[in-house]
Design a protein around this ligand. Structure first.
Ligand code: PHE
Length: 346
């Protein structure tokens, strides 16, 4: 029978048979045997079917030729796949290579700036401070005017401050939390207010347009300059060791009077045991709360006095860890960050 349908049927039957043999083949020799039996030029069974093409009407030949090509291609593909599977190394999921190093899970670690903030909180918590927060989007009143800073002060200029819309801005410091706390709480007040602040600054080794600050405020009856200096000296000793000294350098902030920049000098011990003092390093701005600030917040400035301070924990982390580029704290390269985690992240 050499009509087109019967030849195509024979070809498909051969293909089914051949595929069965391919999947039963357990090695390369067996596969090669299948190839020769079905596709061999001389005695291959598929070639044998094609030899009958001569008996067909020439007009019918292309249809059978196309079917033969399809069947050959499918069988060749199956043979190649089976050969590749046999050649592949032992299935990785099943084989157990005892010489492979174990998988070490990463463990989490606190960011160096977060560690410094936690240390700051701990020191002040021991001195009876609680935590306060305020919004990052502030009004000119809280960010400047209530803090005794007139709007024509350079700090209030659009050159320095990011305005969201008329009179609403991204706070340029955490000091507005002083006002919000004074408005909502009766003295005695002892708070620490951490948070993000924003300035129109370039992004370079010592400036970032967003950074963290920690604000401190103490207001009560009879708070004096002695309380102010003693609190900051205690903070410095707890942060950097008992030999640490502080120095107050006269400065100016509209919301404190007198105002100071606070510097620290640390005692460092060399590997051979000898000790020496570091240079003076600036850690914060501070001062006695200006009575105008208490008045603006509705607190009786005849009765109450206080002090305030503001510091940048990233700056303190730079001093603490000897980092000279602020940007490394933002870019979060794990190789940089893991240096600060005792025992590493892996
Ligand atoms: N707000 C000041 C700043 O951002 C720091 C400061 C806070 C100074 C509190 C005095 C008192 O530079």
């Amino acid at each position: 029978m050499t009509d087109v349908p019967s030849l195509v049927k024979q070809l498909d039957a051969l293909l089914a048979e051949a595929l069965g043999e391919v999947s039963a083949a357990s090695d390369g020799d067996a596969l090669e045997g299948v190839r020769i039996r079905y596709l061999g030029r001389k005695d291959g069974r598929i070639s044998g079917v094609l030899r009958q093409l001569g008996a067909l009407d020439p007009a019918d030949r292309p249809a059978v030729g196309a079917a033969a090509n399809r069947v050959k291609a499918r069988l060749e593909e199956a043979l190649d796949e089976a050969a590749a599977a046999l050649a592949a190394p032992e299935d990785a999921g099943r084989a157990l290579d005892l010489t492979l190093p174990g998988r070490e899970p990463w463990s989490g670690g606190r960011h160096p700036v977060t560690r410094v903030m936690d240390e700051i909180y701990e020191v002040f918590r021991d001195m009876g401070f609680s935590r306060a927060r305020g919004p990052e989007a502030e009004t000119e009143w809280y960010n400047f005017e209530a803090l005794n800073t007139p709007l024509d002060h350079p700090a209030a200029d659009e050159q320095d401050t990011l305005y969201l819309r008329d009179s609403v801005l991204l706070r340029s410091h955490t000091s507005p939390v002083q006002i919000r706390t004074l408005e909502s709480h009766e003295p005695p007040i002892r708070i620490l207010a951490p948070g993000w602040v924003y300035r129109r600054d370039t992004y370079d080794a010592t400036h970032t347009p967003a950074f963290l600050q920690v604000e401190g405020l103490v207001v009560d009856e009879g708070i004096s300059f002695v309380d102010f200096k003693a609190t900051l000296a205690e903070f410095a000793r707890r942060m950097w060791g008992p030999g640490t000294r502080i120095r107050l350098r006269p400065s100016f902030f509209p919301f404190t009077e007198p105002s100071a920049e606070v510097d620290v000098k640390r005692v460092v011990t060399a590997p051979d045991g000898t000790t020496s003092e570091t240079d003076w390093l600036e850690i914060m701005g501070a001062g006695m709360v200006d009575p105008a600030v208490l008045d603006a917040a509705g607190v009786d400035s005849e009765r109450y006095t206080g002090f305030a301070f503001g510091m940048g924990p990233a700056r303190i982390a730079m001093l603490k860890y000897g980092v000279d580029d602020l940007r490394t704290f933002f870019e979060n390269d794990v190789r940089f960050l893991e240096q600060f985690v005792p025992g590493g992240l892996r």
